[in-house]
Write a protein that binds this ligand. Structure first.
Ligand code: ATP
Length: 283
């Protein structure tokens, strides 16, 4: 049996961490959306017992248990005692280690594929709960729809879909270590966000209000190391983006525009700053 599933990238329209739990993990308060920039995950399920093998078309990525898709497959194999040999092929389109959740989305696609192929009958909520041990972004990626994400990342409240706005996503040639940034959060110093106004705007379809209250509290931390992220963001705003912001811990910066022509203008205007640029629509 051969099944392919899309694994879309995510953007953080809003990202705050109000506190750290006693287990050392951050508590999240995020609004996330998926976009039509996606990896393609294909799983071949053999009729005989065997191991999990992962292949990707990216030379940067591990093929063993460090690959999040591999971890996802093992969670369901072990829990439901499936022993069939699995070959997972991942065609990467989402830039790696970019703050766009590529690895998490690949893992979520594996969970959805195996849930359906093995007729496990798990709800998305159950899959999301099982996936939390992989990474805090995987539960959101199980749904892949505009949502308010809280707690360790496992509490997902879906929000009404918005019009298909455009986003320009730019990744500069910078590597950001997520654990390094997360270790540096000083909860008393962060200018915390009040997501309630953003949520109200999104629930009422009031995009102007929504854009006013988007934000990412990790921007100042990452920008301290990489001031070029701030320069790119400022350039996008000067070119007329409705909002321009870093996604996750960076380094990707996205500009959201309500028309395609405005998005093209932003894309053309940042050519000198960055070569890895994608124009997408919000899902
Ligand atoms: P995070 O913020 O969780 O670190 P990210 O969105 O910035 O994630 P990813 O592309 O998910 O970036 O990669 C993060 C790390 O996960 C990389 O170091 C990469 O080696 C590892 N990784 C494991 N599996 C995958 C995968 N299938 N695709 C991409 N990265 C993967």
């Amino acid at each position: 049996m051969l099944i392919t599933e899309k694994a879309p990238a995510k953007l953080n329209l809003s990202l705050d961490s109000p506190m750290r739990y006693l287990d050392g993990m951050p508590k999240w308060d995020m609004v996330m959306v998926s976009v039509d920039l996606a990896d393609y995950v294909t799983i071949e399920i053999a009729d005989r017992p065997g191991n999990v093998k992962v292949y990707t078309d990216s030379s940067f990525l591990p093929n063993d248990q460090r690959n999040l898709a591999f971890q996802a497959a093992n969670i369901l194999r072990n829990r439901f005692h499936h022993r069939e040999a699995l070959t997972i092929n991942i065609r990467k389109h989402i830039p790696v280690a970019a703050g766009l959740g590529g690895g998490s989305s690949d893992a979520a696609a594996v969970l959805r594929i195996l849930n359906s192929a093995w007729k496990l009958g798990l709800s998305l909520e159950e899959l999301a709960r099982l996936s939390l041990s992989i990474d805090s972004d995987v539960p959101y990626c199980v749904y892949g729809k505009l949502a308010h994400v809280t707690e360790h990342g496992e509490k997902i409240e879906l929000l009404p879909p918005q019009p298909h706005y455009w986003a320009v996503i730019a990744k500069q040639q910078i590597s950001v270590s997520t654990p390094q940034i997360l270790r540096q959060i000083d909860y008393t110093q962060i200018d915390h966000l009040d997501n309630s106004l953003l949520l109200q705007g999104l629930r009422n379809g009031d995009w102007q209000t929504a854009t006013k209250y988007m934000g990412n509290v990790l921007e100042p931390l990452t920008m301290r190391y990489y001031p070029e992220i701030k320069r790119l963001k400022d350039k996008m705003l000067a070119l007329g983006a409705d909002v321009a912001q870093m996604s996750g811990t960076g380094p990707s910066v996205f500009a959201i525009c309500h028309t395609e022509s405005r998005a093209r203008r932003v894309q053309n205007g940042i050519r000198g700053f960055c070569r890895n640029v994608n124009i997408v629509t919000l899902l």
